[in-house]
Design a protein around this ligand. Structure first.
Ligand code: AMP
Ligand code: MG
Length: 406
């Protein structure tokens, strides 16, 4: 007689998964590989930008005292970006200057070329300007030592430009968790391969790996593994240096003991088995110490394609984000029901649904068909609508919670 363990709530499962999770160590990455990575330490400017007062326009660098309509100035040289004028400007003199060039000493204002007439080295002022016009003072953007980027920043393109401008060729970021994906099942064949009539194409692992990349992890595809103890054990060994091992399938009754047994053989203590969740009832989580002293986590996701994707969104995403040091944030958004939903049983449900914006509100319509094997509906869904465990019937116009999928 097998004992039925009680169903665990989604919130309790998530709490168990996230307990004691510390961000992974920092590693340096080149600027060209920094997009979306999480800064592990604050980044201070190693230089001042601009490092000198710089011209913002093409024109003439002048002394403001000389700048009045009709004034005649003598042009004594030229300053261009990367080619400073080495001398100083005296009374009645100016220097031809271009955008980005250092403003020569003695000058304090740029007379734009549209407001000047040139005749050889004789420059006539057509229109005056206030002192300092079109001069970018040194340090306008940032000064050496300024903290330009905070620890925990998810690096955007503009952040990367700023880091480069602050003179950092490499950035300290959180290491991406390596996440091994093991597809289990005698029936599975890779897409594009020959197969028998009783076989199916393995799809989950590809969606899960794409999600891992999207969440900020580094997927490692261990491939398809037969439903045997030795095959599973070898797969776990191949994933020995992963931060997280994910199995897909093999978690329902029958297969169930196989993954459990293989995990036990490899020193993983399993934290839970059955969730009060739909889709995604059969799910496992466990941990073990790696031989290098690191902490390895194990997540056994359901085999049904939709279940595995939904479980990855609900459980794997927060874990990956915690490992890369992104603070926890609300996953749910508010919406209004556009379609009545019947009362629910003890399993919290994540219904595939469509969104429409109407009257300044977000309205959600769950699909009629919610079978956890139907990938085509998951692919057209805009969101998951959370239907609480034991929730009463919900009517059109009632508030509900959603997770956006795109
Ligand atoms: P299991 O949890 O192994 O009993 O699998 C449940 C269902 O999901 C079965 O119909 C499997 O054939 C299917 N399944 C398991 N793994 C995959 C996979 N990698 N790709 C597509 N379907 C899968
Ligand atoms: Mg199976």
């Amino acid at each position: 007689m097998s004992k039925r363990p009680p169903l665990l709530s989604v919130d309790d499962a998530l709490e168990q998964i996230l307990v004691d999770v510390q961000p992974l160590a920092a590693e340096p990455v080149a600027l060209t590989h920094a997009l979306g990575r999480v800064l592990a330490a604050p980044l201070a400017a190693k230089r001042t930008q601009p490092p000198f007062p710089a011209s913002a326009m093409d024109g003439y660098a002048v002394r403001h005292a000389d700048l009045f309509e009709g004034a005649a100035l003598t042009c004594v040289g030229e300053a261009a970006a990367g080619h400073a004028f080495s001398g100083a400007i005296n009374a009645g003199e100016c220097v031809r200057i271009f955008t980005g060039a250092p403003v020569p000493s003695g000058a304090d204002t740029i007379l734009i070329q549209e407001n000047a007439r040139a005749n050889g080295t004789k420059i006539t002022v057509l229109e005056a300007a206030e002192r300092g016009r079109y001069v970018r003072p040194a340090g306008l953007d940032f000064a050496e030592g300024d903290e330009g980027l905070k620890a925990g920043t998810v690096l955007s393109p503009a952040d990367i430009s700023l880091a480069a401008a602050m003179d950092h060729p490499r950035l300290p970021v959180r290491r991406k968790p390596r996440i091994a994906v093991i597809s289990t099942g005698d029936e599975l064949v890779e897409p594009g391969q020959e197969r028998r009539d009783d076989q199916i194409v393995s799809s989950n692992n590809y969606g899960i790996q794409a999600m891992i990349e999207d969440f900020g992890g580094e997927p490692m595809d261990i491939g398809i593994v037969k439903d045997t103890l030795s095959a599973l054990e070898s797969a776990f060994d191949a994933a020995a240096d992963a931060d997280i091992i994910i199995t897909l399938g093999g978690a329902s009754v029958g297969d169930h003991d196989l993954v459990h047994h293989a995990l036990g053989q490899r020193g993983v203590s399993t934290a839970f088995w059955k969730l009060a969740m739909r889709p995604g009832k059969p799910m496992m989580f466990g941990t073990r110490r790696r031989s290098d002293g690191g902490h390895q986590r194990f997540m056994g996701l359901p085999g049904n394609p939709v279940s595995s994707l939904v479980c990855a969104i609900v459980f794997l995403k927060p874990l990956v984000r915690a490992l890369v040091g992104i603070p926890a944030h609300a996953v749910f958004e508010d919406a209004l029901l556009d379609k009545a939903v019947p009362a629910n049983d003890q399993r919290e449900e994540y219904m595939r649904a469509r969104l429409v914006e109407r009257d300044g509100q977000t309205w959600v319509s769950p699909f009629d068909r919610q079978d956890s094997s139907i990938l085509s509906l998951m692919a057209t869904a805009d969101c998951l609508m959370r239907r609480p465990a034991h929730g009463p019937k919900m009517n059109v116009g009632e508030p509900c919670q959603i997770i956006r999928l795109r």
